[in-house]
Design a binder for this molecule. Structure first.
Ligand SMILES: Cc1cc2nc3c(=O)[nH]c(=O)nc-3n(C[C@H](O)[C@H](O)[C@H](O)COP(=O)(O)OP(=O)(O)OC[C@H]3O[C@@H](n4cnc5c(N)ncnc54)[C@H](O)[C@@H]3O)c2cc1C
Ligand code: SF4
Length: 471
């Protein structure tokens, strides 16, 4: 259910629209199963957005209760345990200080990186290879990337892409101290009404139909993502008034050339290759801006279909020749800071329920004008980059956010030091409870100018470490 500030309300059914919640992945490993695997650290400034920029009217902008330095050891641990390939010596080493480099060298360069790095240099900008949680060399008993270019939304055909499903989870299972229950939905956190949880109620799909079970627990850690975590807490009657508030993901800016230099855009995987970080917290402009990187090429199937639909081209050898001739469009995109809006909030729908009787999620959304400002700021740079690289007839777009939520949704159970303005304390403990923790993107008060996956994992490891010390 989507509710806009102008009073518009629309129902989007998840079973009839695969993009109802953006690209959120409901599977073992969550988003990291199907992600592109870009693995950025947030910049130190990303943890203190309100202090750096002030809190704009009608926003819920806030600082994180922890700093980059608090998270740095956990970033390091994720990069090495998950397996990230990158170059930590240049701008990444300078602006996200680190004690050692990445465990694998960056993926090899390609024509897109060469062309766009050259253009960035002529504009006086820096550039870097993108760090990916992808094996650039064989590692952890799994192959290196064969550069098939179908990372986003697909399992990797050679298992070179690293996610929690092929790293942390199997290692946890191998200890013998972890049980993984699949094909199940937690529908309620069972508690005594005074802040003490005793377990969870879940429904498991089986061949004979849904089976309900209650699992007893001393501690409950909720990691259902920034849309489902607040929904579960609200449905269970847990947490304060900040549960569900502060929902945001990223604003976006894009530039695509309709005429691109021959061969400038490669179709080698993983699709993105090169980035400039020159507009991340540059001179306090554009609300911290964001990372700018090359746009992925259209997928082979989309290109093949387009070629096949052309009666001049047909199928077989002619089709293959046409596919080889097709020049790919050069483009750039930015993950721009989204400034959270007071109106924007996840609530429960008063009447609509899912197939298990759990109240449906209602997303209230209004874009904050500062998000559009930030996106417009990055649009200018995206266009300049592509034009400098030789792109012609460039179309540029900028959007403030993603109304119904997305794979980058964040902030809905944000952590802080004060229950008057946050839902969890800095350890991830839900205010008003003794033993309910949150460890996912819901905790992020702000979501940086980067894809957030590495930060979600680093902070979750941090919450886990503190929890282990307490229990
Ligand atoms: C296609 C795609 C591409 C992406 N590319 C990148 C990228 O390149 N770089 C990057 O940094 N980030 C990327 N992301 C985003 C990244 O994956 C997310 O930021 C990250 O996974 C969020 O972690 P999370 O733990 O908050 O939620 P999720 O990863 O969404 O995990 C939530 C888990 O909870 C489960 N769940 C939900 N509700 C329930 C319930 N009631 N009961 C039981 N289980 C439940 C879900 O099945 C899921 O396994 C991408 C995501 C997608 C989907
Ligand atoms: S480009 Fe292909 S082979 Fe490489 S990690 Fe992505 S899906 Fe795997």
């Amino acid at each position: 259910m989507l509710e806009l500030a102008d009073g518009t309300v629309s129902v989007t059914r998840g079973d009839r629209n695969g993009l109802a919640y953006g690209l959120v992945a409901m599977t073992v490993g969550g988003g990291t199963r199907l992600w592109q695997a870009m693995s950025w650290r947030f910049f130190p400034e990303d943890f203190r957005m309100a202090s750096e920029y002030g809190r704009p009217e009608a926003s819920t902008l806030a600082d994180w209760p922890i700093s980059y330095d608090d998270l740095a050891p956990y970033y390091d641990r994720v990069e090495w345990e998950l397996g990230v390939a990158g170059d930590g010596t240049g701008v990444l080493g300078a602006r996200t200080p680190r004690t050692r480099g990445y465990p694998m060298p960056a993926l090899p360069s390609d024509s897109t990186r060469d062309v766009l790095a050259g253009a960035a240099g002529r504009l006086g900008w820096g550039s870097t290879a993108i760090p990916f949680a992808i094996n650039s060399v064989p590692r952890a008993g799994r192959a290196a990337c064969v550069r098939c270019s179908q990372c986003i939304g697909h399992a990797c055909p050679v298992d070179a892409k690293n996610g929690t499903h092929n790293t942390f989870l199997p290692r946890a299972l191998a200890t013998g101290r972890t049980d993984l229950i699949t094909a199940s939905q937690v529908v309620e956190i069972v508690h005594d009404g005074r802040g003490r949880a005793s377990g969870v109620r879940l429904i498991t799909e089986s061949e004979s139909g849904p089976v309900e079970t209650t699992v007893r627990a001393d501690v409950v850690v909720v990691s259902a993502g920034a849309l489902e975590t607040p929904r579960l807490l609200l449905a269970s009657g847990l947490g304060n008034d900040w549960v569900g508030r502060n929902h945001h993901s990223h604003a976006g800016a894009f530039a695509v050339a309709r005429e691109s230099p021959e061969g400038a855009k490669t179709d080698l995987g993983p699709g993105h290759s090169v980035a400039t970080l020159d507009f991340v917290h540059r001179d306090h402009e554009g609300w911290g801006g964001g990372v700018l990187y090359d746009l992925i090429p259209p997928y082979p199937l989309a290109r093949a279909t387009a070629a096949g639909n052309d009666p001049e081209v047909g199928y077989g050898a002619a089709h293959k020749a046409a596919m080889r001739r097709r020049n790919l469009p050069l483009g750039a995109m930015s993950m721009v800071q989204e400034i959270p809006h007071e109106f924007t909030r996840i609530t429960l729908d008063p009447t609509l329920v899912d197939r298990h009787g759990m109240p449906a999620l209602r997303a209230r959304y209004a874009p904050h004008p500062a998000s559009q400002e930030a996106a417009d700021y990055m649009k200018v740079h995206a266009r300049r980059w592509i034009e400098e690289a030789g792109g012609r007839r460039v179309t540029a777009l900028a959007g403030a956010g993603m109304p119904q939520g997305s794979e980058h949704s964040a902030g809905t159970v944000r952590f802080g030091t004060d229950p008057a303005v946050a839902a969890c304390d800095e350890r991830g403990l839900l205010f008003g409870t003794d033993n309910v923790y949150v460890a996912d993107a819901s905790l992020h008060p702000t979501n940086g100018g980067f894809n957030p996956g590495l930060t979600v994992m680093a902070n979750s490891l941090r919450v886990g470490r503190l929890l282990a010390e307490r229990w």
